[in-house]
Write a protein that binds this ligand. Structure first.
Ligand SMILES: Cc1ncc(C[n+]2csc(CCOP(=O)(O)OP(=O)(O)O)c2C)c(N)n1
Ligand code: SF4
Ligand SMILES: [Mg+2]
Length: 313
């Protein structure tokens, strides 16, 4: 639903404005849902970097399927899980555009795992905003790969059973091991302090893409009050108590902080380190073998000497 903000009257001063990175459209998310907060942080980053006119966003399947209505940039709709592949194609033919995907945990970490891992491994110059709300929100609250142990969902009525359903996926930890990843951080938007940190992370992810450093991802821990069956405040408490310990907030990869310009330099330095470590290991093994042979030879000589002295006695 498009809305038009009334113009300020003569005696009124504008103290706050809706970011121009978002369209003037009311969000359709449930009350207390954090998708809207994350949308705003993305909109503000695009506006601050002055790239709304040269950005293409890729919307997923999930509650944020409607994201195409909200961002004030070109938007494309990917089918379920394919957003990283669609973003890859768009970025490769338009390398000067900013390209981002916005994906839920069902989209990115279940059906789209392959695309997501390989886009990161290839070091695609895209930015991924990953909404981890520990559930399939849109389809009524089924278990996601990020659902917490013991968490009750529509498809885990007795709680997620680890022996049966396995362990939740820690996405930024996993992806940050890949050489293509320039920046990976996990944030949340539950408090003003965390929202400010999340804003810095989202902006940095876009800056890294603009500066051609490599793939960037920001995982945002979010609530889904509707499917968790809790009110928004209790949802935030539940998230802090249950999700924060398992999914610690923080930076998991930042190649600039590590002293590199881009993933190519970082990967080359890592390979040199690995080659040096391997050479040192081979050398140490060789030294051990030589010492062993020397010990053997000296023992043989001792035995021969002892035999000689016995024969002579
Ligand atoms: C190929 C395919 N499989 C399954 C679905 C059904 N589906 C739509 S949204 C969704 C789950 C989305 O959950 P998530 O990505 O976590 O987003 P959220 O709604 O929680 O933000 C599923 C399973 C689909 N649309 N297409
Ligand atoms: S179902 Fe959950 S994720 Fe979807 S809009 Fe509602 S609260 Fe948000
Ligand atoms: Mg989800």
């Amino acid at each position: 639903m498009a809305r038009t903000m009334p113009a300020p009257k003569d005696n009124e001063k504008v103290v706050f404005e809706r970011t121009k990175g978002l369209t003037d459209t009311a969000f359709t998310y449930c009350a207390g849902c954090m998708h809207g907060t994350v949308h705003r942080l993305i909109g503000e980053s695009l506006e601050a970097l002055q790239v709304t006119g040269s950005t293409v966003g890729v919307a997923p399947v999930g509650c944020s399927v409607t994201a195409t209505n909200f961002f004030n940039c070109d938007m494309v709709q990917a089918s379920h899980g394919r957003a990283a592949a669609v973003a890859t194609g768009i970025k490769r033919v338009n390398p000067n555009n900013i390209v981002f995907s916005y994906q839920g945990d069902g989209d990115l970490a279940a059906i789209g795992t392959a695309e997501s891992v390989h886009a990161a491994a290839r070091g695609e110059h895209i930015t991924v905003i990953f909404i981890n709300n520990a559930i399939y929100g849109m389809t009524g609250g089924q278990m996601a790969p990020t659902t917490m142990p013991g968490q009750i969902t529509q498809t885990s009525p007795y709680g997620r059973i680890i022996a049966q359903d396995g362990y939740p996926l820690r996405v930024v930890e996993m992806l940050s091991t890949l050489d293509g990843v320039a920046y990976a951080e996990r944030v949340s938007v539950d408090t003003p302090k965390n929202i400010r940190a999340a804003k810095r992370a989202v902006r940095k992810a876009f800056e890294y893409q603009r500066d051609k450093r490599g793939y960037s991802i920001v995982e945002v821990l979010c609530t889904c009050p509707t499917n968790w069956g809790l009110n928004p405040l209790d949802s935030a408490d539940w998230m802090r108590k249950n999700m924060f310990p398992y999914y610690p907030l923080g930076v998991y990869r930042d190649i600039k902080a590590e002293g590199f310009e881009n993933i190519v330099d970082a990967a080359a330095a890592k390979l040199e380190d690995q080659k040096a470590a391997y050479a040192a290991q081979v050398e140490a093994e060789l030294a051990r073998e030589i010492a062993k042979e020397e010990r053997k030879a000296s023992m043989k000589a001792d035995i021969a000497e002892a035999a000689d002295s016995k024969g002579g006695a």
